[in-house]
Design a protein around this ligand. Structure first.
Ligand code: NDP
Length: 324
């Protein structure tokens, strides 16, 4: 496994990490979740991603039970939670980024995960109804209490992140260390354009999500349907429509042909492409089955396949390089 600094922080995260969205407490059994965590940890994965909103809190309960039963040294792994979407009990003060919810959600996540502190704590989305000062201060309270070690954002605009950095500076507080954006062959603008000055001037780290764009970049939907996959799950019709849009299907087919020529799976090629970006601190993998994760964890071996020529061929297919 390769380890990368989380931006300019001193924290080392495995280049491949593992997340639980849609799977833990929902799509897969607790037994499979346990096996997946074991496979990841044994391969050197040291970061496990979670959020209060995943399976409405159940994902953290499942991960907490696994962490406890595995008995791994607390120093050997990094675990996150995210605040914004709330759990099953929604209410005006049970969502968002107010001081009240940020602090109560952290305490609740610690209980569900059965740990004393979160290594990473993310604001899962920006909250238009809370001043950024209030959220920055609440995060700093948690830092001082030792309940979180680093805080960050997810899917914030560069301007919103800059505002948080400026507020922290103004009050001598600690600003965001990392952002969690979507990044894959179809979603590139934030990482390759919008955030560049945050990387270059502020050392922002990134924990990127959906490297396979919810599975289409494994190539599997080119030959088969959605049964037995996340896109076949009830309530996820919106994700199915977005993921299997005609232009994406067409590009995935062309990428599959390239992967065949290179004799590598499209999943590995797609994840390796994310890792080539030096502003990616860690790629968060998702998996519903052990063989998927085993395959994805071999991706460091295929990095040498991404030569200049191959990268050019990929650009020709996806035709979406952000204009600077
Ligand atoms: P991906 O885009 O990589 O999708 C993972 C899914 O693709 C798997 O669950 C599986 O789904 C399928 N898959 C994975 N590997 C293979 C393979 N080798 N061959 C075929 N199919 C495969 O990542 P996720 O969308 O799961 O995101 C990863 C993590 O990022 C999440 O768990 C979460 O921690 C984080 N995240 C954060 C968000 C945020 O807003 N901050 C939003 C979304 C995710 P299937 O069951 O369909 O086979």
């Amino acid at each position: 496994m390769e380890y990368r600094r989380l931006g300019k922080s001193g924290l080392q995260v495995s280049a491949l990490s593992f997340g639980s969205w849609l799977t833990f407490g929902n799509q897969i059994s607790d037994k499979v979740a346990d096996e997946l965590m074991g496979v990841a940890y044994d391969a050197g994965v040291n970061f496990f991603d979670n959020a209060e909103g995943y399976a409405e809190g159940k994902s953290e309960i499942v991960m907490g039970n696994i962490l406890k039963s595995k008995g791994w040294d607390r120093e050997s792994f990094v675990v996150s939670s995210k605040v914004f979407f709330g759990t099953e009990n929604k209410g005006p003060n049970r969502i968002g980024l107010s001081r009240k919810h940020v602090i109560e959600a952290c305490n609740a996540a610690l209980k569900r995960l059965q740990i004393d502190y979160l290594d990473l704590y993310f604001c899962h989305r920006p909250d238009k109804n809370t001043p950024i000062e209030e959220t920055v201060l609440a995060m700093n309270t948690l830092l001082q209490q030792g309940k979180i070690l680093y805080w960050g954002t997810s899917e914030w605009s560069a301007a919103e992140i800059m505002e948080a950095i400026a507020v922290a500076k103004q009050y001598n507080l600690i600003g965001p260390t990392m952002e969690q954006p979507q990044y894959n062959l179809f979603e590139r603008n934030k990482l390759e354009n919008e955030y560049l000055h945050l990387f270059n001037n502020h050392g922002l780290g990134t924990t990127i999500w959906s490297p396979l764009a919810s599975g289409i970049l494994s190539g599997k939907y080119t030959n088969s349907g959605v049964e037995g996959t996340r896109l076949g799950m009830a309530g996820l019709e919106w994700l199915k429509d977005r993921t299997l849009a005609a232009d994406r299907m067409e590009k995935a087919e062309k990428l599959q042909r390239l992967a065949n020529q290179l004799e590598v799976s499209l999943a590995k090629l797609s994840i390796a492409w994310c890792l080539k970006n030096p502003n990616v601190s860690t790629v968060i993998l998702g998996a519903s089955k052990v063989p998927q994760l085993q395959e994805n964890l071999q991706v460091l071996e295929v990095l040498p396949l991404l030569t200049e020529d191959v990268l050019k061929e990929i650009e020709g297919i996806v035709a979406n390089k952000p204009k600077l």
